[in-house]
Design a protein around this ligand. Structure first.
Ligand SMILES: Nc1nc2c(ncn2[C@@H]2O[C@H](COP(=O)(O)OP(=O)(O)O)[C@@H](O)[C@H]2O)c(=O)[nH]1
Ligand SMILES: [Mg+2]
Length: 323
């Protein structure tokens, strides 16, 4: 931060929806700079208004293209939108084909839209945390809807997408293996399943395959996940999809949200605490004589690292009790 822009000024800019302030704030959060925590503490009371929609699924399923169509439709309805893309190949991040990229740039010229791509590496505080806080910044900036795009079905992607209140799993016909993949990872997290590329002939088969899988899935607190067929090329199904997203938002408002939210808040508190405990303990321990001594002993193979860690922890806990 330069001396001329204080944290307060930056936060004021965010709350007024100023693009430059939003960009700078998210960068500070992404790099976990010293001001990050102060910023989050200032914007947190202003969050909770936006509907956060997560969109995940295998690469090439059409997530980014679908988002572009959804955003246009939302804009037609007068809603403002923030997009956080956690996907290096996304046209939002400057990846993909020139044509796609140009269309996305078109979108980013709109004052009611803010697009941000997150680097997928080098997050001092973790990608999930950075994404969550970036979505919060957009929420506080007054966006009605915040869309988070992630790729894949790995554990870290699942963590990232959990920032969302409504989760869409996007698939495309002819990606047979990926239907297996969602069985493993994404089946439980999807609130709405989307078969995109509905313009392709085998789309209906994919819809019925997923429907059959969902029959076996347990209901999620009164919400039955369904499948919607879309084509991000022709626009088919986009309005239906938005309607379904709205239905889910209403469902959450009826109270289903409270339980889910409490669970997440507790997880987040636990994570924040773990990080802080680790940081402060490590700092103290690394300065101790014991650390030095044990390091030497590990080097001379008198002790293994695990037993050494036990000893350090024991000592630290004893110290804590004394205080
Ligand atoms: N035929 C067809 N192609 C699509 C559709 N949606 C996206 N595509 C194309 O599929 C490719 C991958 O799309 P993209 O949105 O980048 O997929 P992502 O990796 O899931 O974000 C692009 O070339 C799109 O133009 C669709 O509904 N029908
Ligand atoms: Mg994409």
């Amino acid at each position: 931060l330069t001396q001329t822009t204080s944290v307060q000024q930056l936060v004021r800019g965010v709350l007024h929806g100023e693009k430059r302030a939003i960009a700078k704030t998210i960068s500070i959060i992404e790099n976990n700079e010293p001001e990050a925590q102060k910023i989050v503490s200032l914007i947190y009371p202003k969050t909770g208004r936006a509907h956060i929609v997560g969109i995940t699924g295998p690469p090439g399923a059409g997530k980014s293209t679908l988002i572009e169509k959804l955003v246009k439709e939302l804009r037609n309805r007068g809603k403002t939108v923030g997009i956080v893309a956690v996907d290096p190949t996304s046209p939002f991040s400057g990846g993909a084909f020139l044509g796609d990229r140009v269309r996305m740039q078109d979108l980013s010229m709109d004052a009611g839209v803010y697009i941000r791509s997150m680097a997928t590496r080098n997050h001092p505080g973790g990608l999930a945390k950075a994404t969550k806080d970036a979505a919060r910044v957009l929420d506080a900036s007054g966006k009605d809807v915040v869309v988070v795009e992630t790729v894949g079905a790995g554990q870290s992607e699942v963590e990232v997408i959990k920032v969302a209140q409504t989760i869409l799993v996007v698939l495309a016909p002819g990606m047979g293996d990926d239907i297996q993949a969602i069985k493993a990872g994404q089946m439980e997290i999807g609130d709405i399943f989307v078969v995109n590329k509905g313009d392709r002939e085998n789309a209906d088969k994919a819809v019925s395959d997923i429907q059959a899988m969902l029959e076996l899935a347990p209901e999620k607190k009164g919400w039955k996940p369904t499948v919607i067929k879309t084509s991000a090329l022709t626009g088919e199904g986009i309005a239906d999809l938005l309607e379904r997203i709205d239905e889910h938002a209403k469902h959450l408002k009826k109270g289903a949200h409270d339980e889910r939210r409490k669970e997440r808040v507790e997880n987040e508190l636990a994570e924040a605490l773990t990080q802080k405990i680790t940081e402060s303990m490590m700092k103290e321990l690394k300065q101790s004589r014991e650390w030095k001594k044990l390091t030497e002993k590990i080097l001379s193979r008198e002790i293994d690292p695990y037993s050494a860690a036990d000893r350090l922890l024991e000592k630290q806990l004893k110290n804590t009790r004394k205080h």
